[in-house]
Write a protein that binds this ligand. Structure first.
Ligand SMILES: *Cc1c(COP(=O)(O)O)cnc(C)c1O
Length: 429
């Protein structure tokens, strides 16, 4: 009797199997070959029969080359840090795909010579905030602050209120970031109250700049006092304001949230912000303000280490010029429209015998800003056990569990994804 292991298909034969050959084209030979070898190994060990090897290879292959899985954000947190913050608009995604090949990011196609890197994105940013004479874009807001400290306060002091020594998340602390450059932090005032006089008393020949930081993830209430941007101008040193969220102009749904245009109009010399929070674009650090200061930042040697790639520049330009990105749409969605969507989904699911109901819910802007601002919303409420299979599905749907119910909050879900949610819930049953 022949040993069945001798009939295990050869590597060449398996790689020629049409479905496996197709996988080689999308996933690459390395990944597929490793799956082939592993499946042959299982057959040799008697774990699977030789005629099941091809199926075993296909079952073991990843869905895509990237391990990052697409997620439908049904948490009700508009800017969800753990879900990659702002989802890009379709226009921004298209721009990323186009820029992914060779592109004229630093080249003038008319003259055939070198051109300013990312000029399209920079022009769009300057046009969005006419009050900014100079603009620059770096890797993220942390990089923007780092560059300010390196270029504007080398071996000097940065004057900052004790009420604004912010930890953003995952242990990231702005004071530590600034101190890592060798600049010294000159803390003024107290946790709850800081006055203009505290700043003026601290400013001297060693001062690099005054920094104001927007407490984007907490609020100080009660007996509080803060020196506003307008009060801190004309102190003889640059005033840098980290507004955090990246709102370029005021947003009606978020009245307390500072914006770049307003902060510059109030007298800030430089504003720093994130690109992937409430602006709704790619991860980026925006620097806007005084042309001379921005030129100093751009010329600093570290600017090269903090610069953004062509994909970011493409996505940022498309976010600034193109249609409303998902974050902005989520903020603008009307409560009654959201409830109608929740009702439509729940009714369809209930008709299948699923315990689904439309409920009122409260969404939030998230780590991106506007702490304490509640956004009225609507959700599909399901038994809590749905949360896990929904998370494990493809695409993953991430809701939140509240009082033993799994809520799929529709404020953070694009209407086009409602059928995706419908299908995902049915598959859990
Ligand atoms: C989010 C935030 C940062 C950090 O921004 P990144 O773009 O994540 O580096 C800095 N300052 C404030 C006030 C923030 O809200």
């Amino acid at each position: 009797m022949t040993d069945p292991r001798r009939t295990i298909p050869r590597t060449d034969t398996l790689l020629a199997e049409p479905r496996i050959a197709a996988a080689v084209r999308t996933l690459g030979r390395g990944l597929v070959k490793a799956a082939v070898v592993a499946a042959q190994e299982r057959a040799r060990g008697g774990e699977i029969p030789p005629d099941a090897v091809a199926e075993a290879v296909l079952a073991a292959l990843p869905v895509a080359v990237s391990s990052l899985r697409p997620v439908v954000n049904a948490t009700g947190v508009v800017v969800h840090t753990n879900l990659g913050r702002a989802p890009l608009s379709p226009a921004a995604l298209e721009a990323v795909v186009a820029a992914g090949g060779a592109t004229d990011v630093e080249f003038d196609l008319a003259t055939g010579t070198r051109a300013e890197r990312g000029r399209g994105a920079l022009t769009a940013l300057a046009a969005a905030v006419p009050g900014a004479a100079g603009v620059h874009v770096v890797n993220n807001n942390a990089a923007a602050l780092l560059l300010c400290a390196l270029a504007l306060a080398p071996g000097q002091e940065i004057v900052v209120s004790r009420g604004e020594l912010v930890e953003i998340g995952d242990g990231f602390r702005i004071p530590d970031l600034l101190a890592s450059t060798g600049a010294r932090l000159r803390e003024v005032g107290t946790t709850n109250r800081t006055h203009v006089a505290d700043y003026t008393a601290a400013i001297g020949p060693d001062t690099g700049f005054v920094l104001k930081v927007h407490p984007s993830n907490y609020r100080v209430t009660g007996f509080t006092a803060e020196a506003g941007v307008a009060e801190l101008t004309g102190l003889g040193v640059p005033l840098v304001v980290d507004i955090g969220s990246g709102l370029l102009t005021p947003h009606p749904a978020l009245p307390g949230e500072p914006d770049a245009a307003g902060t510059l109009a109030a007298g800030a010399d430089l504003v720093t912000a994130s690109g992937d929070k409430l602006l709704g674009g790619p991860q980026a650090g925006l620097l806007l303000g005084d042309a001379t200061l921005v030129a100093r930042l751009r010329r600093h040697p570290a600017a090269r280490a903090l610069r953004v790639d062509k994909l970011t520049l493409a996505a940022l330009e498309a976010t600034l010029l193109g249609p409303e990105p998902p974050v902005r749409a989520a903020l603008a969605a009307r409560e009654d429209t959201l409830f109608l969507r929740a009702e439509a989904l729940s009714t369809a699911l209930a008709a299948e015998g699923i315990d689904a109901r439309a409920v009122r819910s409260t969404a939030a802007a998230g780590g991106g800003g506007a702490p304490g601002v509640e956004l009225p919303s609507a959700a599909v409420s399901l038994p809590a056990w749905y949360a896990e299979p929904l998370r494990r599905g493809d695409p993953a749907v991430v809701g939140r569990v509240e009082r033993d119910r799994c809520l799929l909050d529709l404020r953070t879900v694009r209407p086009a994804d409602d059928p995706v949610i419908d299908g995902a819930v049915r598959r859990c049953g």
